[in-house]
Design a protein around this ligand. Structure first.
Ligand code: B12
Length: 214
């Protein structure tokens, strides 16, 4: 069984201790980097998401898997990525969060970890973040980028709201705004006047690099 298959089994069975051990020893034995493990987790969660959509598993299964993954990201992978990136010079500052009314964190945290491991300073505000909180943090730390995640059709409009709020305050040009999450798209980003959209965490890194270098 490959490492990815073992991880998938542990996530499906909510085997937090097993997953922790696997990730720790993979990093120690240089079998995989923390960033690679994070991308495996992204693929596994996408698979589990499809199972949920096809009604092969139910909400409690999903919550258990999501919690298992979250604790491994928080306790093992994020610290490992941070430790590896300690010497890096910051390429730019990104304020990141999931918009108001939405508590989906996994994709947003993957984006944060990938940006971090690629040399960006990331201020992760968590989930259910109101527009004003994004803006205040971005002003406080002098961020170049505000990055908003939305996984619900019902919460997408909060991305538009933040851009309107920047315009209202006369500070729209102070920040580049990027958006993502499964119901969003390039067209949506254009419609709300965002500066960019990316389909996944790897593309998010390319997008931020592109925006800051242009
Ligand atoms: C896990 C999950 C949950 C977990 C979340 C746990 C957590 N800590 O995150 C729990 C169980 C709590 C949950 C709750 C709910 N969920 Co839910 N959930 C999912 C599920 C299965 C997977 C999401 C996920 O983690 N995907 C894996 C990650 C890696 O992918 P991702 O999030 O898309 O992120 C990638 C990209 O989108 C992108 N990206 C993401 N953010 C950003 C930001 C930027 C700036 C950029 C550039 C890129 C980017 O990069 C990421 C990494 O590659 C999806 C189904 C699915 N297939 O997506 C439903 C789903 C999102 N949920 C859904 C629903 C309806 C709900 C609930 C309303 C259910 C309910 N009836 O209670 C609640 C909402 C609670 C709330 N107020 O937010 C619907 C949304 C439908 C819609 N379009 O509106 C979905 C699509 C399931 C479905 N088909 O019904 N959910």
């Amino acid at each position: 069984m490959s490492l990815q298959e073992k991880m998938k089994e542990a996530i499906i069975e909510w085997d937090e201790d097993g997953l922790k051990e696997m990730c720790k020893s993979a990093i120690e034995n240089k079998e995989a980097s923390a960033a690679e493990l994070l991308s495996y987790i992204g693929d596994i969660m996408r698979f589990i998401g499809e199972q949920f959509e096809n009604e092969e598993i139910f909400l409690p299964d999903l919550i258990g898997s999501a919690d298992t993954v979250k604790s491994i990201i928080d306790e093992i992978l994020d610290p490992a990525i941070r430790a590896a990136g300690e010497e890096k010079k910051t390429k730019g500052k990104v304020v990141l969060g999931t918009v108001e009314s939405d508590v989906h964190s996994i994709g947003k945290d993957l984006v944060g970890s990938f940006l971090f491991s690629n040399g960006f300073e990331v201020f992760n505000l968590g989930v259910d973040v109101p527009a004003a909180k994004f803006i205040e943090k971005a002003e406080e730390v002098g961020a170049q980028i505000i990055a908003m995640s939305s996984l619900l059709t019902m919460s997408m409009d909060f991305q538009r709201k933040l851009i309107s709020e920047l315009e209202k305050r006369g500070i729209r040009d102070n920040f580049k705004v990027i958006v993502g999450g499964s119901p969003t798209s390039d067209e949506w980003a254009d419609e709300i006047g965002a500066d960019g959209w990316a389909d996944d965490a790897i593309e998010a890194v390319s997008l931020v690099n592109k925006i800051l270098n242009s």
